[in-house]
Design a protein around this ligand. Structure first.
Ligand code: NAG
Ligand code: NAG
Ligand code: NAG
Length: 393
């Protein structure tokens, strides 16, 4: 096991983008409820100058739970989704949802204020996504954007249109990587986390009523990074890490990037709210994403499956844009059963193209070595077939 130090373990997102010769810009997105999100923009690929004689369709990347947009720029260019699409002729926008490392600002609230953290996927889909889409359309002059979501980023993609069908006209297609309906049919050791939660519940509830919603999954890069550096050195340390990954998210076949784990862990996790985790917990219990709202969250214990008057699950039948599902039987979290029973139960099948990536586990979509070949070159090809006059680079 080599414990080389990759410089990105010590850089921020704009530094990581520039390191490989791409142009990095930061766009502030102000949501209707006052959050200020950083959205990074990579206007064009390495070989090109900004070139107005060809078109660059806008694409927005939305990240997973407790991650941030660095998940899409965390490898060298050939295996980083955002760089692959910038080089393929896209105008790339990397959205950072509220609460993460780059989106901890608000017009009125401070991050040490509990109110700052009173949000779930309801707010991400109601406020973050529309504001980001509108902003990208405004600054590019494009008539719509392509959406690429991973895990939670897929859920809030569907929810954005379910909340506000007007976005059927602003989203040109949803590319959903590890489509996540409810985690209600997850397999693997993730279940122990939920069991653990059940045992700890009285303590968690007491804590929650005392402290309200607050930050969870805080990034402690300097600690995680050094711990992994240590694991890469001690005997059987790397084997132990892979054992954990095999158990929880799906079998890991792509061992080659082991030495980059310190880079991953210096950026991810990235903060989100405790309420957001609770939203997933109710989704799992209910086997469907329901809109919780403030009242629902304060009384979250009530939303067990037996409850009679819980709100209905989000209804995806209003979605009317092409949807591409990239999924895998080796994904223990976005399992096939979850997709079938908690997404395809309302999504209209005729708009969905299903693309199985046999070996991928839940986290491979942003970071596997062959994401270009398996996922992002195919996406670029699909878009190229829809868009006239697209830039080659
Ligand atoms: C990244 O770091 C550089 C240099 O330290 C700083 O100028 C820049 O504002 C940072 N960018 C973000 C998005 O935090
Ligand atoms: C993880 O799973 C892969 C694929 O089945 C296997 O080759 C590898 O030995 C496993 N690693 C550990 C540490 O369990
Ligand atoms: C700009 O795009 C056009 C059309 O794709 C291409 O012919 C031209 O070479 C490009 N110019 C530069 C400077 O990249």
């Amino acid at each position: 096991a080599s414990a080389e130090f990759d410089p990105e373990a010590y850089m921020n997102a704009t530094g990581m983008i520039r390191r490989w010769g791409y142009p990095a810009e930061k766009v502030d997105v102000i949501t209707e409820d006052g959050h200020i999100l950083s959205m990074f923009r990579i206007r064009h690929g390495r070989a090109a100058e900004a070139n107005s004689s060809c078109r660059r369709p806008a694409v927005i990347f939305s990240h997973g739970l407790a991650a941030d947009s660095t998940q899409y720029i965390i490898n060298p260019p050939e295996s980083s989704p955002a760089f692959i699409l910038a080089d393929a002729g896209f105008d790339v926008f990397l959205l950072n949802h509220r609460g993460g490392t780059y989106s901890k600002r608000h017009l009125r609230l401070k991050p040490w204020d509990n109110k700052f953290w009173q949000f779930t996927m309801d707010e991400l889909s109601m406020y973050d996504c529309p504001a980001a889409i509108d902003k990208a359309m405004e600054i590019t002059g494009e008539k719509g954007v392509y959406w690429i979501g991973h895990s939670m980023g897929t859920s809030i993609g569907y929810m954005t249109i379910a909340n506000n069908p007007l976005y059927n006209t602003k989203i040109k297609a949803l590319f959903q990587l590890a489509p996540s309906g409810s985690a209600g049919y997850a397999i693997g050791s993730l279940q122990f986390v939920f069991l653990y939660y059940r045992i700890m519940k009285p303590i968690v509830d007491l804590y929650r009523s005392a402290f309200g919603s607050h930050e969870a999954a805080v990034n402690v890069g300097p600690v995680y990074r050094e711990l992994i550096n240590l694991c890469n050195i001690i005997p059987f340390g790397p084997q132990f890490l892979y054992f954990l990954e095999n158990m929880s998210i799906g079998k890991e076949e792509w061992m080659s990037f082991q030495s980059r784990t310190p880079v991953y862990l210096s950026h991810i996790p990235s903060g989100t709210s405790t309420w957001n985790f609770l939203h997933w917990k109710t989704a799992r219990l209910n086997r469907g994403l329901i809109e919780l709202g403030y009242e629902g969250l304060v009384n979250v214990d009530l939303f067990v499956p037996s409850m009679q008057e819980k709100p209905p699950p989000y209804d995806y039948s209003v979605i009317n844009v092409p949807v591409y599902h990239f999924w895998s039987r080796n994904d223990y979290i976005a399992s096939k059963e979850d997709i079938d029973k908690t997404i395809m139960n309302t999504l209209r099948p005729e708009i969905v193209t299903s693309i199985e990536i046999p070996e991928y586990n839940h986290f491979d979509y942003p970071i596997a070595l062959d994401v270009g070949e398996k996922v992002f070159n195919p996406i670029a090809k699909i878009v190229r077939s829809k868009e006239a006059g697209m830039c080659e680079q």
